[in-house]
Design a protein around this ligand. Structure first.
Ligand code: F6P
Length: 331
């Protein structure tokens, strides 16, 4: 492997709080070891356009506490084609980039794998609010997003309680129900629905509400993952607003729907996201510096480690059924 003198770093896919902590750690660690850093703007799209900036030590000052990504992000269809990856490789060579850190979701890791196969060593860092990457227990941004959802649902509960209403709350997560599950536990939701586990509206929601009403409950919070009611849901039967109407018809409880949307992708990163982002960014540079490429940095059992990128992409994810059971027992 060629000696690494200059590292490139980019963020790709949906932004996530804590990405800046990872970028900052990449820049600071690289300079600590005497390496140069180039920040590629707008993800793989920027790599195809040679849209890069030099990142001296001070370029990341004051960024640890800010949400979003200072490098901007994009989804890039062209990078899925071999011609796009080949051009990116040539651009890396022309810009003097010897190794690349890619912060993003598993779509971004596929790009990192393809570029690695062309000879540019890449390290993936999992950055997405969805927590949907099978090889890691945790993805940067998840904790902040869950905290945002919990804060919003606390507010919704005030108004639901005042009006004796039921609130349907749709959260993000793409096909993954982790935001829904963690938020449901954190805000004491009466029911939760995720796409990975088949649900029975009658049994899981209507009967539950009926039983709770008999015991004196007058308001309800139901968290639904966008994989169930969102516009990209695979097998959507109803959107959140139709679901609200359905529940109102069946139970007689006035019901309103709230789709939280992009608010849950923004905001100051939590301490956990700053911690994980910083640790993973630092780890990624050390891999490249030691001549190791084609890996994904992961968190397993609270330890930062790395995995082969191909192996990581072949893993599958299972939903946390234990957590779902716990929510059902507590609600
Ligand atoms: O991956 C993060 C995420 O916010 C998902 O939760 C959501 O499904 C998707 O991105 C939205 O993507 P876009 O920003 O392209 O609309």
């Amino acid at each position: 492997m060629k000696e690494i003198k200059t590292i490139g770093v980019l963020t790709s896919g949906g932004d996530a709080p804590g990405m800046n902590a990872a970028i900052r750690a990449v820049v600071r660690t690289a300079h600590y070891y005497g390496l140069n850093v180039k920040g590629i703007l707008k993800g793989y799209k920027g790599l195809l356009e040679k849209n890069a900036i030099d990142m001296p030590l001070r370029s990341v000052s004051g960024t640890l506490q800010s949400g979003g990504t200072i490098l901007h992000s994009a989804r890039c269809a062209e990078f899925r084609e071999d011609a796009g990856v080949e051009r990116a490789k040539q651009n890396c060579i022309e810009m003097g980039i010897d190794g690349l850190v890619v912060i993003g979701g598993d779509g971004s890791f596929r790009g990192a794998r393809d570029l690695s196969l062309k000879g540019i060593p890449c390290i993936g860092i999992p950055g997405t609010i969805d927590n949907d990457i099978p090889c890691t227990d945790y993805t940067i941004g998840f904790d902040t997003a869950v905290n945002t959802v919990v804060e919003i649902v606390d507010k919704l509960r005030d108004t639901s309680q005042s009006h004796n209403r039921c609130s349907i709350v749709e959260v993000m997560g793409n096909a993954c129900g982790d935001i829904a599950l963690h938020a449901a536990l954190g805000c004491g939701a009466e029911a939760v629905m995720i796409a990975e586990v088949p649900h029975d509206l009658e049994k899981d929601v209507l009967v539950k509400m009926d039983e709770a009403m008999r015991k004196g409950k007058t308001h309800f919070i139901i968290i639904v993952s966008e994989g169930v009611t969102g516009e990209r849901a695979k097998d959507r039967k109803m959107d959140a607003f139709q679901l609200a109407r359905y529940i109102e018809e069946k139970t007689g409880v006035e019901t309103r729907a709230t789709v939280i949307g992009y608010i849950q992708r923004g905001g100051k990163p939590s301490a956990k996201d700053r911690y994980v982002g910083s640790m993973m960014g630092n780890y990624a540079v050390k891999l490249l510096k030691n001549g190791i490429g084609n890996r994904v940095v992961v968190m397993r059992d609270n330890k930062i480690m790395d995995f082969d990128i191909m192996e990581a992409l072949n893993m599958t994810r299972t939903p946390d059924l234990e957590l779902l059971r716990t929510i059902n027992e507590i609600s």
